[in-house]
Design a protein around this ligand. Structure first.
Ligand SMILES: [Zn+2]
Ligand SMILES: [Zn+2]
Length: 226
């Protein structure tokens, strides 16, 4: 490991130690990252993007929540694509808590075959999600979909399919826009350099590392992932 990579590794480790508890569950055919973020002090938690393909995939997540004696407060979707929302109903049935999404992507939840539960809380830009002593601010980042959001904490940002480690989300789906994506990435690059990045797919990263090495942040390359 080179000196710079080593320094980034340790910066990432330190950030992980001092921020809210985050557990990652890659689920479904597209390996969507479902996150359980919790406040160690109060054990209150949120579930982000439970995009299950099969209900059996929920078991390790339920077990993690049970074992940690966590109280789930919200189900949150970074955007409305199937691979992020398909397990919403299952989690809603189990925990009876609101499903939260940006208003411009709420129709995806209503559009699921036989929707049992519509979105309950609409997350507008500048809004906040509070659980325990933790707060995540809502940053509207359209481009991958009209209602894509990132959730920004003191030491952490959940970026959904807007920003990945070394990549960005596709903009060629319905509601996608490369112009919007560029503006959204600019917003993300204005965040503190030491924020941990938890994307909708793939490995975690850190803002400074993406600024340094993500080819999509320095060029106008339009080939994308996911
Ligand atoms: Zn997506
Ligand atoms: Zn996705």
């Amino acid at each position: 490991m080179g000196k710079q990579a080593n320094a980034l590794f340790w910066l990432k480790r330190i950030c992980m130690l001092i921020c809210m508890q985050v557990e990652t569950f890659p689920i479904g055919m597209l390996s969507t990252n479902c996150y359980v973020a919790s406040s160690p002090e109060t054990k209150e938690a949120i579930v982000i993007d439970p995009g299950l393909d099969f209900s059996s995939e929920a078991k390790p997540i339920f077990d993690y929540i049970d074992t940690g004696k966590l109280t789930v407060k919200f189900i949150v979707n970074t955007h409305g694509h199937d691979d992020h929302i398909k397990g919403d109903a299952l989690f809603r049935e189990k925990y009876d808590v609101p499903i939260c999404i940006h208003p411009l992507d709420a129709h995806y939840i209503a559009g699921i075959e036989n929707p049992k539960f519509p979105a309950n809380v609409l997350l507008e830009d500048g809004g906040a999600l509070k659980f325990g002593i933790e707060t995540l601010k809502v940053l509207h980042t359209p481009g991958h979909s009209r209602g894509s959001i990132c959730l920004v904490g003191e030491k952490i940002v959940f970026t959904g399919d807007t920003l990945f480690a070394g990549g960005i989300g596709r903009t060629d789906f319905e509601g996608g826009s490369m112009t919007d994506m560029r503006a959204s990435l600019k917003k993300l690059m204005g965040l503190p350099l030491n924020l941990l990045v938890y994307p909708g797919h793939g490995e975690s990263s850190i803002i400074v590392e993406e600024k340094r090495s993500n080819p999509f942040l320095s060029s106008r390359n339009d080939s994308m992932l996911f």
